[in-house]
Design a protein around this ligand. Structure first.
Ligand code: NDP
Ligand code: 2IT
Length: 450
């Protein structure tokens, strides 16, 4: 259909040099063919033209002073993409690779992910090209305060509610919240992922990883399989990877890998979770330090990765959980996974598989939970945090975890049912994109041309 080509061409002119954004848009539009062909209302209301254009994009200067007294300047972003279903909701990413393309692809994915949760959430994303690595605690605090000095005027508990993403965890959310409170005088649920001492929700920290494993569990159940005894390949060593590994152990599986930007650990008897948490949550050091405690494990440095992909996916395993970053699983990686007998992939990260990889995975008809469905447990639990803040309640760990399981089961069901409805039962990319799109698009129609 030419509308995909035309839309991308138009975006290339109006929003140049945004490769990751075009990639995310193209995948969604490709899935929507059957819906758009059979529903002229979406065309009449110019839904595609409107949905690919953020409602508002804020870009700002973030000046701060480092420990040596030098002035540093970073670029800050908040893209308020779509508010048809609720207040803008989505994380903040602090990473040197952040640019308008990355934030827009993440914001665009977030619209459909949030719709899939069935909760009243619009889509947004933000961040900065700030590198938290090697920065002192005071530098992180000054950066967060400067970032909030601009962001505070755009956010609010019923308008736009940021959270964490790569490089933004509990520490950064704390400094951001402190500055928001100082500037506005408000103690409200304007950020999620807060500390349990002051308004955070139990399970939020674990939610993305746990949810990603629950999704894999539902995928396997449909194939008459369980997680018990399965060898699992996990990439990443941050928030999502750590709690994916934790839940895999709880459900009887054996995660044998993790990775960071320096390399991959392969530990055949299973990744030691305690060591991983100590290295990444407490000491914040590179993964090769894992060998100091477990010399029998193997460390594969990034320089020794295959030229066409990632070392993690060349190891033999039953299940794969990409939990680090976008485009970290290539076509060659997908081929290797399938050749090694991988039966399912559940994506903890956002858009971790390249377009070519997704094609290979769908063609092989193995279980596949695309990120916007499989990693929606994080934002869902953020909404549970908002609900607790608004009602001044605190729910127990079991209560929140139970709600998370139900939400993930509903996401799986609506994604699979939609894939079945369109005659491609194994294609949860199509299922997730169409199920999410229909909710947002129908809400946009009901709310008029805005
Ligand atoms: P963290 O910052 O906690 O961890 C990120 C991990 O990925 C680190 O191990 C990091 O290694 C690695 N990584 C990041 N960028 C790269 C890169 N360019 N190349 C190689 N390794 C990289 O982030 P999260 O765990 O929170 O996020 C991971 C993924 O999950 C992202 O795609 C995020 O968008 C997605 N996600 C997160 C949610 C959340 O609630 N946090 C919710 C839904 C999705 P190193 O430390 O060396 O940089
Ligand atoms: O990509 C994501 O869904 C997140 N980083 C979490 C967003 C949120 O608002 O909790």
């Amino acid at each position: 259909m030419t509308y995909i080509h035309d839309t991308i061409l138009k975006l290339q002119k109006t929003s140049p040099a945004q490769a990751e954004f075009y990639q995310a848009v193209e995948e969604v539009l490709d899935s929507l063919r059957p819906v758009l062909e059979s529903n002229e209302k979406y065309q009449r209301h110019a839904i595609i033209e409107r949905i690919v254009e953020p409602e508002r994009q804020i870009m700002f200067r973030v000046p701060w002073v480092d420990d040596q007294g030098n002035v540093q300047v970073n670029k800050g972003y908040r893209v308020e993409f779509n508010s048809a279903l609720g207040p803008y909701k989505g994380g903040l990413r602090f990473h040197p690779s952040v640019n308008a393309s990355i934030i827009k692809f993440l914001g665009f994915e977030q619209i459909f992910k949030n719709a899939l949760t069935g909760l009243p959430l619009g889509g947004g994303k933000g961040g900065a090209n700030f590198d938290p690595k090697g920065k002192s605690d005071s530098e992180i605090m000054r950066f967060c305060q400067s970032f909030m000095n601009e962001l505070y005027r755009h956010i609010g508990p019923t308008t736009d509610v940021p959270a964490g993403d790569i490089g933004v965890g509990a520490r950064e959310i704390g400094y951001l919240f402190g500055q928001y409170k100082r500037l506005t005088g408000n103690y409200d649920g304007v950020l999620t992922g807060k500390s349990l001492l002051w308004g955070g929700s139990l399970v939020r920290k674990e939610a993305t990883g746990y949810g990603c494993v629950y999704f894999a569990q539902y995928l396997l159940e449909d194939k008459g399989e369980t997680l018990a005894g399965k060898t699992c390949l996990v990439s990443g060593a941050g928030n999502v990877a750590i709690y994916t590994i934790e839940k895999l152990y709880q459900l009887g599986a054996c995660p044998v890998t993790c990775s960071d930007s320096s390399g991959t650990i392969y530990h055949a008897k299973g990744i030691n979770l305690e060591t991983l948490k100590e290295l990444k949550e407490v000491r914040k050091v590179k993964l090769n330090a894992y060998l100091e405690v477990h010399p029998e494990a193997q460390f594969i440095a990034v320089n020794d990765y295959p030229s066409d992909g990632h070392a993690v996916w060349r190891i033999s395993g039953n299940l794969a959980f990409p939990c680090a970053t976008q485009n970290e699983l290539t076509k060659a990686d997908a081929e290797a996974l399938i050749a090694n007998g991988c039966m399912a992939i559940s994506e903890g990260a956002n858009m971790p598989s390249t377009q070519n990889a997704v094609e290979i995975i769908l063609k092989a008809k193995i279980g596949y939970g695309p990120g916007k469905a499989a990693n929606a447990g994080g934002v869902s639990t953020s909404q549970l945090e908002m609900a607790q803040n608004a009602s001044m309640q605190c729910w127990s760990f079991e209560e929140v975890d139970e709600k998370l399981k139900v939400i993930m089961a509903n996401i799986y069901k609506s994604t699979r049912d939609t894939a079945v409805e369109f005659g491609e039962p194994h294609n949860l990319v199509l299922g997730a994109n169409i199920a999410g799109f229909r909710k947002v698009a129908d809400a946009m129609i009901e709310q008029g041309i805005v």
